[in-house]
Design a binder for this molecule. Structure first.
Ligand SMILES: [Zn+2]
Ligand SMILES: [Zn+2]
Length: 291
């Protein structure tokens, strides 16, 4: 009984207590009931997930039919005890000498039989109600997270607490930023001369805006630099960092002046062989320089 007419059955429990006179002194049905837990899903932008956001969520809940107050019987009539199962909601089937309990076919497990069904719910006793809750999504929520919002689920009955709302979170990918734990990663192109000579570059930050970043002379391709405090907000109100990975770009086309300048540079650096160590480690001298 308790399971069949769960937490959302409204005043139905009292009603049943009256019909079947279960001999529990009536105290049981008067107990407070916790509201049902509800589930919902939500897709957040990358930025909203960073700092948290309050989102109105429209929820549908299974509530007692308002026309019949959950009895399933037309107004002014009452259901009677199911004649097939005697109100238990179950019948037993004999299969190969074993008895199996099955939900009663006549009453579909409710234990009640309705002669004159409610026209609103067609005898099910169930209705849908929808309401909107303000769901506060905490800062730094991760893609795939399931958030439990206490007390935002179905309404409790007879003074019982509300159920919880479970929200499945999807965080949209950002075209530039990527989350790495409490940090946010971004790849920033730099020119060869910026990497070789050093300089100050502008780097975009999450939540809009930019920061200046000093690139030291002689910075290797792929080096990651840290901009403190521009990452995810943590629970202790500190922030993660922005991790900037520098990617040296190669020009796809050159003006003749730029080409000449590069050729002059190549002449000046002709004695530098970046593959010297490579061949040494490979245990073989490069072809043409065996002498
Ligand atoms: Zn039945
Ligand atoms: Zn109804």
């Amino acid at each position: 009984m308790e399971d069949l007419f769960g937490a959302d059955s409204g005043g139905f429990g009292d009603f049943l207590g009256g019909i079947f006179n279960r001999g529990r002194g009536g105290g049981r049905t008067a107990q407070p009931r916790r509201g049902q837990d509800l589930e919902s899903s939500l897709t957040l932008s990358f930025d909203d997930a960073l700092d948290g956001v309050t989102v109105p969520l429209r929820l549908s809940t299974d509530a007692p039919c308002t026309s019949c107050h959950g009895t399933g019987a037309r107004a002014g009539t009452v259901p009677r005890m199911c004649p097939t199962c005697g109100g238990s909601g179950q019948t037993s089937r004999n299969a190969g000498g074993f008895a199996f309990a099955e939900p009663c076919v006549t009453c579909r497990g409710r234990g009640l039989f309705v002669d004159d069904p409610c026209t609103s719910c067609h005898g099910s006793g169930r209705g849908l109600s929808s309401h909107t809750v303000q769901a506060r999504i905490p800062a730094g929520v991760k893609n795939g997270a399931k958030i439990r919002l206490k007390g935002k689920g179905g309404k409790g009955e007879r003074g019982g607490p509300n159920g919880d709302l479970l929200v499945d979170i999807t965080v949209s990918a950002h075209p530039v930023f990527e989350r790495k734990g409490d940090n946010i990663a971004v790849t920033v192109p730099v020119t060869f001369t910026e990497a070789a000579l050093g300089g100050e570059i502008s780097v975009p930050t999450p939540r809009g805006g930019s920061v200046k970043l000093k690139v030291p002379a002689g910075t290797a391709n792929g080096r990651t630099m840290r901009v403190r405090g521009k990452g995810i907000r943590r629970k202790d109100a500190t922030n993660g960092d922005l991790l900037v990975t520098l990617e040296v770009t190669v020009p796809q086309s050159l003006s003749s002046e730029a080409r000449e300048a590069l050729e002059a540079y190549a002449e000046q650096t002709a004695d530098q062989d970046p593959r010297k160590d490579l061949f040494a480690l490979a245990g073989e001298a490069p072809t043409g320089s065996e002498s």
